[in-house]
Design a binder for this molecule. Structure first.
Ligand code: PLP
Length: 361
């Protein structure tokens, strides 16, 4: 088998090797039940213990308040763009969106199907190089909530502060930085995140809801889009992504075994600092994000000579560094440094970059 590459893909993303190995062990026989991981009923006691464990670990690692609800859903973060608005907004009600990138734009579009969803800040003309400072926008007085995207996966920008919502409830898409950066769950009414970057494989979406959010959930919604339905059945209303929930539990176990959220934050900062140091060292590189909006999870840059970008990507791949191509809407290079990406991968990337520069400058 060829060696595992240094994987900088934006998602589905690299997982800690010990998690991958635990999944391998569980595939033929989950927790000595005799049933394989992908072959066991979601109604079995064995699988119930997996769900319970995953929910408890999520609560512990992210310090989720006791009265908040934790759900494991399907449909990705993209379904949550619609589902949050559908459950929270009543006829004619308003919601304000901070548009810091392509995913925020999509969230706004889906909410617009339900109510009066408006971008109160939109950085598209500036090429999504920054996130707003408090005071850069005005929340409408009659807005029911403010929605933001903590990390802009495509462009590599990230909030390093809690956005001021003017006292309105905050709804957060944390898909690409959950459990990788500091988070105050109690400051939010809904947080959602697709698992496939920092938490596990694709196909399972973590949703955390406050009592306020649960109370506002509209009656008579389509069954599968109703948070109350999923909450009342402990995320087992219908067949969940059993595989995904198991892997998510293993990732949270790994987080707990490695210093919890604090450990994760420290590792991610160290990785990002190393890479930004290299990007700032030489004009050969042209980092995309403005300094105070730089993401620790997705680092994006161009080469000062863009003609060299395909060469960079090709040579990187041959050197065992994969998944570095920037998103098609941005171009250039993107290194995703999610929880599962080890420091050694970033050290290898920086060494490659210095060697590349010495040969092509
Ligand atoms: C910030 C953010 N939100 C939403 C999505 C969409 O997630 P999904 O593919 O799970 O629907 C992504 C995917 O990359 C993302 O990065």
């Amino acid at each position: 088998m060829p060696e595992r590459i240094h994987n900088f893909g934006a998602g589905p993303a690299v997982l800690p090797l010990s998690v991958v190995q635990a999944v391998g062990d569980a595939l033929p026989n989950l927790m000595d039940s005799g049933f394989g991981l992908c072959e066991i009923s979601h109604r079995s006691g064995t699988f119930q213990s997996v769900v319970d464990s995953a929910m408890e670990r999520v609560r512990r690692v992210l310090s989720v308040p006791d009265d908040y609800t934790v759900l494991f859903l399907q449909g990705g973060a993209s379904l949550q763009f619609y589902m949050t608005a559908l459950n929270i907004l009543k006829d004619g009600e308003k919601a304000d969106y901070l548009v810091t990138g392509g995913w925020a734009k999509k969230a706004l579009k889906e909410a617009g199907r339900v109510g009066d969803a408006t971008a109160i800040w939109d950085d598209s003309e500036n090429g999504f190089k920054s996130v707003p400072a408090n005071g850069d926008y005005t929340v409408r007085e009659d807005a029911v909530y403010v929605h933001y995207t903590s990390n802009n996966t495509l462009y590599g920008t990230q909030y390093h502060h809690l956005p001021d919502s003017g006292g309105k409830p905050l709804i957060l898409d944390a898909s690409s930085d959950i459990a990788g950066v500091p988070i105050d769950v109690s400051a939010h009414e809904i947080i959602y995140a697709g698992a496939q970057k920092n938490l596990g494989p694709s196909g399972v979406t973590l949703v955390i809801l406050s009592p306020w959010a649960m109370e506002r959930c509209g009656a008579d919604l389509p069954t599968m889009l109703d948070y109350n339905v999923h909450a009342s059945k402990g995320s087992l209303f219908n067949t969940p992504n059993t595989f995904g929930i198991f892997v998510l539990d293993q990732v949270f176990k790994w987080l707990e075994d490695n210093g919890g959220l604090e450990g994760s934050i420290a590792r991610n900062r160290a990785k990002a600092n190393l890479l930004y140091q290299e990007l700032d060292r030489s004009n050969f590189w042209a980092p995309h994000a403005e300094m105070d909006s730089r993401s620790v999870m997705n680092v994006t840059w161009r080469l000062s000579n863009p003609d060299l970008e395909p060469v960079f990507l090709e040579e990187a791949e041959s050197a065992g560094l994969g998944g570095l191509k920037g998103h098609r809407s941005v171009g250039g290079i993107r290194a995703s440094l999610y929880n599962g990406c080890p420091l050694e991968s970033v050290i290898a990337l920086v060494a490659f970059m210095q060697d590349f520069e010495s040969r092509h400058a």
